[in-house]
Design a binder for this molecule. Sequence first.
Ligand code: UDP
Length: 490
Amino acid sequence: MGSEPHQLHLIMIPFLAPGHLIPMADMAKKLAEQGVMITLITTPVSAARMKPVIDRAIAKSNLKIQLVQVPLPLHEFGLPEGCDSVDLVPSRNLLRSFFAALRELQKPIEQVVSELKPSPKCIIADKHLAWTAEIASKFRIPRVLFDGMSCFSLLCTHIIRKTQVHTSVPISIPFVVPGMPDHIEFTRNQLPADLYPNSEDDQDFHNKVREAEEGAYGFLVNSFEELESKYIEGYQKEKVSKTWCIGPVSLFNKTDFEVARRGNNMAATDEKQFTKWLDSWPKSSVVYACLGSVNRLLIPQMIELGLGLETSNRPFIWVVNVNDQQEEIENWILDSGFKERTKSRALLIYGWAPQVLILSHPSVGGFLTHCGWNSTLEGITCGKPMITWPMFAEQFYNQKLIVQILKVGESVGVKFVVQYGQEEKFGVLVFRKDIEEAIDKVMREGIEGEDRRERAERLGDTAKKAIEEGGSSYLNMKLFIEDIRKMDMS
Ligand code: UDP
């Protein structure tokens, strides 16, 4: 890859999970379009997931992006071949080994960085890779964090941590988050793992992440100012580090090819099949249900979801993906007669769905989501009302933003976090009736539903304007680049 003498060169190191990798890849393309040279460092499987879209961008627009692969030491940690992303870890018991292997990437990445030309001027690293702070300090370059959350979430966590307001209330009694621009309540067992850890290991991991966060130069946020201005302002006031809202990053993908293959390398025929199916339904009539890339719902819980979609009596797309229990749920779908009963109005996608392509279609009228931030923002960007089913991480925060603040969704009523890997402890929490009722509220005709839909559509329009020339995120991206460039000159 050739470079000019004053070429600004940035390194990006994503966390190994689709929800972190996908937005980083989107950002890489956009930064490269602005003339920045990007070296994206990741593992072979993650690189393969991004490669088709990145290669196309390089070929079409001559962008300066290189993908450098650093293998995870899988064998040393008893991990099977190919499991170099959280969603590919075959069993919950192996998660600890996965995180231990991840820690070992520091040295090989340092080796890569030492050989890069021109020398990079900044690391954009996922917040959860605390050891990237050591790389930044070794090469004396600033580290800008990306953690895949909204400013609403960042501010909630910051205030709760600072005030410790959650520690003096019983676990399931609501407390008010003090000093927030709106009246915001949570219970302790709705908080993300850094405030509600489920083990000492967990606590230790989050403590390291928090310590490493302190020295960061700033945060790149996948959000836009018009969506959560009060919270962005609030966060900027609280923190010393800079914040640039540059999203929604999903909109950095323009062509159908880019949108459909974002995060995955699907066969070309698939996307046409989905579009054709969606074309056959009226506007806003279809429910799209997808619970993210890493959920591990129990089979009985997945069955309730399927039955809730069935009893909603509406056309639906169900992304059936439970990783290590995939065969079991696929068997149930066939053996129970579910597939036969719903075949005239259901499209089942086993594995990976081209989510943004589906959400962009006018027939989709509601998005049943686990409230991961990418999915939440994609729902907002596509102007779709949401049915919210938060599970873990900061997903209860996102639900609050969707339902209470933006008023573009209804909850299925789940009350508390089930930490990743703890699903068996809690069993079925959401029943078909809950799902059916929440879908009905969002999809049925009437003033309440129409108002919600209009609000959602307006937000979608605003999101699109934010990344257009002169829009808030467009300008923030420029400010970010200028900021790093200035540091480079000094
Ligand atoms: N995604 C997708 N197809 C799927 C599942 C997920 O395209 O079948 C994408 C989705 O569009 C989003 C990301 O994967 O960009 C998931 O990120 P999110 O933060 O919503 O949730 P997570 O998977 O990290 O829990």
